[in-house]
Write a protein that binds this ligand. Structure first.
Ligand SMILES: [Zn+2]
Length: 309
């Protein structure tokens, strides 16, 4: 088999042919290449209101061809419009990234072990489905979303090192690369339906209200303007933090913004994207930034459940 001259384009088209909605990510990152809510010029495609990546994700081959002929964009796959639930099984990011003792006692060393353990506990198995190996060595299991219930993203809810991406979420799709390491298809079969025992666990009432970030920073909406200002100030602090203070600034910003994720005033993806961009601008490794942001957001969501505006 000869290599495709544009493997990212080929993969984006193949995913779209399966009915998956894709959009471009900035090359070598997990960040949307499209402008975010806070930087919307309100022109062109956004003339009648901001169109986020979830709205702009597409299956149209001509749009995909046009985008991926411009630059080697990584591929974002919007799970909501694709009617997918993706289970993201991570591996420890560093030697200190160890499981809680009750998990360690079971011999669990990564998200895949954790999911297998969960399946055994519920007397089920994890069915074989479309599986992607991530650049960092984790796995992403693609399932079709249940019709009966609307599932949103979760972080650590099923267990240690297990996140899920559904409505309001996206994953980085195969052929994308980060620091030269690709996302690859490990099991190329059609996604099977999300097992009902997993759907039940994910559909349980959320401890935290999950609302999407609504455009708020207009005159007269002081709470919205306050949140937008916090996002702006925290990301600016990270991007401009001097060496020696970058890590602490990033952690503080992620925890501060996590409060608004917990209260539903900011969308988790938006905060992650903003902090990734700022961290990378400050010269922090994207992999490191992702780790800090994920743990700090989880911390603040745990510690600020449904905090008031
Ligand atoms: Zn816009």
């Amino acid at each position: 088999m000869t290599a495709h001259p544009n493997p990212l384009l080929a993969s984006a088209l193949a995913l779209a042919a399966r009915g998956f909605h894709v959009f471009p990510l900035t090359p070598n990152t997990k960040r949307p290449a499209l402008h975010g809510e806070t930087r919307c010029p309100a022109t062109g495609i956004c003339a009648d209101g901001h169109q986020g990546w979830e709205q702009r994700a597409t299956t149209a081959p001509e749009i995909i061809r046009y985008a991926w002929e411009q630059a080697p964009y990584n591929i974002g796959l919007a799970t909501g419009p694709s009617r997918l639930v993706v289970i993201d099984l991570d591996i420890p990011k560093s030697p200190d990234d160890t499981p809680p003792s009750e998990v360690a006692e079971l011999g669990i060393t990564d998200g895949r072990d954790m999911l297998d353990h969960l399946a055994i506990r519920h007397q089920h198995v994890v069915p074989q489905t479309f599986t992607v190996r991530t650049w960092s060595g984790g796995w992403q299991l693609y399932f079709t979303a249940p019709e009966s219930v609307v599932l949103r993203n979760t972080a650590g809810r099923l267990g240690w090192k297990i996140d899920t991406r559904a409505g309001g979420g996206y994953v980085v799709a195969p052929a994308s690369t980060i620091d030269g390491r690709p996302y690859t298809v490990e099991c190329d079969t059609d996604p099977v339906p999300l097992p009902s025992w997993l759907a039940d666990l994910l559909a349980e009432p959320q401890p935290v209200p999950r609302r999407t970030w609504t455009p708020a920073p207009t005159t007269g909406d002081r709470a919205g303007a306050y949140v937008a200002a916090a996002l702006h100030n925290e990301t600016r602090a990270v991007a401009s933090a001097p060496e020696g203070q970058r890590n602490a600034t990033l952690l503080r910003a992620a925890r501060a913004l996590g409060r608004f994720v917990a209260s539903g005033q900011l969308d988790r993806e938006e905060v992650e994207d903003a902090l990734r961009g700022a961290g990378e601008a400050a010269g922090l490794q994207s992999r490191y930034v992702d780790g800090v942001v994920a743990s700090a957001l989880a911390w603040s969501i745990r510690n600020n459940p449904g905090a008031a505006a």
